[in-house]
Design a protein around this ligand. Structure first.
Ligand code: HEC
Length: 102
């Protein structure tokens, strides 16, 4: 009986963890995004036709894309140096922030 209760509790904990997509902190991401706003817009909507919008983009996509720019697997002369100094936590926070925008 005790084991059954533990199983139910751990399943509930797993379900709760699965619904929170990442550990990123949108507020910290917003603070960090000051360096990005010049090109990607203050609210993640770019004013420049050749620069992509980031608002509302998928969080997981933003994380893999920024890591790709950082390690050079995605090459872009503008974005590679922008991503270089970002830590994993910075990337999680930026992704949470941009994904939270409409
Ligand atoms: C000087 C302008 C500039 C700055 C500053 C800049 N970016 Fe970019 N960013 C670009 C351009 C241009 C692209 C398109 C790159 C390409 O075509 O591969 C891009 C692409 C991206 C993409 C990929 C979008 C997609 O749809 O695939 C992400 C994510 C991104 N930038 C995040 C950031 C973040 C986060 C910052 C701040 C740390 C930042 N950028 C700062 C110009 C900039």
């Amino acid at each position: 009986m005790k084991a059954q209760i533990l199983t139910i509790l751990s399943a509930a904990a797993f379900a709760a963890a699965a619904t929170t997509a990442s550990a990123g902190d949108p507020a910290a991401g917003k603070a960090k995004s000051v360096a990005c706003a010049g090109c990607h817009g203050a609210e993640g909507i770019s004013m420049i036709p050749t620069y992509p919008n980031l608002a509302g983009q998928k969080e997981e996509y933003l994380i893999t894309t920024l890591k790709g720019f950082r390690d050079g697997t995605r090459e872009n002369a503008t974005m590679n140096p922008m991503a270089k100094p970002l830590s994993d936590a910075d990337i999680d926070n930026l992704a949470a922030y941009y994904a939270s925008l409409k």
